[in-house]
Design a protein around this ligand. Structure first.
Ligand SMILES: C[S@@+](CC[C@H](N)C(=O)[O-])C[C@H]1O[C@@H](n2cnc3c(N)ncnc32)[C@H](O)[C@@H]1O
Length: 327
């Protein structure tokens, strides 16, 4: 009898332990789900944010409002020119242009025509002052508007390049911003995004800390830090061909090491780091470049030929319909 009781006791302990382990597992799952990031920004909030803090941004950042940068900011802009392959005569669109520091630089260095868009009327005014001062009115035009609505600001298939320099993450609807860029890009045009993206934790417990910090960035800067994979997915679903995704490859000796965002946080009190010891840097910076396919055979035969061929299928085009004369 005693043996039966002991056996029943151990079976009971085993069952209870098993159930407790299951519960812990489920709790972990629930915790991970809880870290699903909430999107609380909106173009209206972004507008109010830049209207309020424009002076402080100018004081700390100067005319180029990008945190991932070089000490000599022209080196960053030269790097971006090379990444986007800007060429003389191109018609380009700066989606989220700040006070047009980059747009003015690109127009001067590359002889491109820039249509720039900001959501903030305070930035619009500052940008116009700078354009006038440089005598670049015929090269840089700045518009007040929402980059999710690019097709309402510009005609379809207008631009060779549409770019977002640390502005894309303000979007409360990343797919919509990608769709808007697509509509105003010429076939064969380039979409370029340089921004910060959610870090993926190597050690599982870190993800909650990372997401907590991302929540603070989102709240403080009216941001919606993007998930790299979701952005790539949205681009590919639209039909974009991915040219590259990479960590921004600035020379280490030129890199400013993000001290500028600390300076801004010190000055404004915005998103100050509470506990440096426990802090995990919550984002990675990447540049993404992609390309809107073409029907013309001259492009059909380039290195993106598979994407171009698929694009021809989607639009029911045959090779014999293509303009061989252009070759
Ligand atoms: C961090 S600043 C970067 C400015 C600029 N790209 C530069 O490098 O100096 C972000 C910019 O994105 C703009 N922005 C954010 N959301 C926008 C929207 N929905 N439509 C237009 N501009 C937007 C802001 O007004 C601001 O100018």
């Amino acid at each position: 009898m005693i043996y039966i009781l002991i056996t029943v006791f151990f079976i009971g302990v085993a069952v209870v332990t098993f159930l407790l382990l299951q519960k812990t597992r489920n709790t972990n799952t629930v915790n991970t789900e809880k870290t699903e990031l909430v999107n609380t920004t909106s173009p209206e909030k972004v507008k109010a944010f830049y209207n309020q803090y424009n002076d402080k941004f100018l004081e700390v950042y100067g005319d180029v409002i990008q945190a991932f940068r070089t000490t000599d900011v022209s080196k960053l802009l030269d790097y971006e020119i090379a990444s986007m392959e800007l060429k003389s005569g191109m018609n380009i669109c700066d989606a989220g242009c700040g006070v047009c520091g980059p747009a003015i630089y690109f127009a001067e260095q590359c002889d491109v025509t820039v249509s720039a868009v900001t959501i903030s009327e305070v930035q619009l005014k500052e940008a116009n002052k700078r354009i006038l001062l440089k005598g670049l009115n015929n090269k840089v035009n700045v518009h007040l508007g929402d980059y999710h609505q690019l097709p309402s600001l510009f005609a379809k298939e207008t631009f060779d390049v549409v770019y977002f320099l640390e502005s894309f993450g303000h979007s409360n609807n990343h797919s919509k911003a990608i769709d808007a860029a697509w509509d105003v890009l010429k076939p064969g045009g380039t979409l370029y995004i340089k921004d910060l993206f959610r870090k993926i934790a190597v050690i599982e417990e870190h993800q909650q800390k990372i997401d907590y910090e991302i929540g603070r960035i989102n709240e403080a800067y009216k941001y919606n830090v993007a998930d790299l994979y979701k952005v790539l997915d949205a681009m590919r679903r639209k039909g974009f061909a991915i040219c590259f995704v990479k960590t921004i490859d600035l020379k280490l000796e030129d890199f400013e090491n993000l001290t500028i965002s600390n300076d801004f946080q010190e000055l404004t009190g915005i998103a100050k780091i509470e506990n440096w010891e426990d802090y995990i840097f919550p984002v990675d910076f990447f540049e993404i470049k992609c390309y809107k396919p073409q029907h013309e055979l001259q492009y059909g035969l380039d290195k993106y030929f598979l994407q171009n061929m698929y694009w021809m299928q989607v639009h029911n085009k045959q090779q014999n319909e293509l303009d061989y004369g252009k070759l």
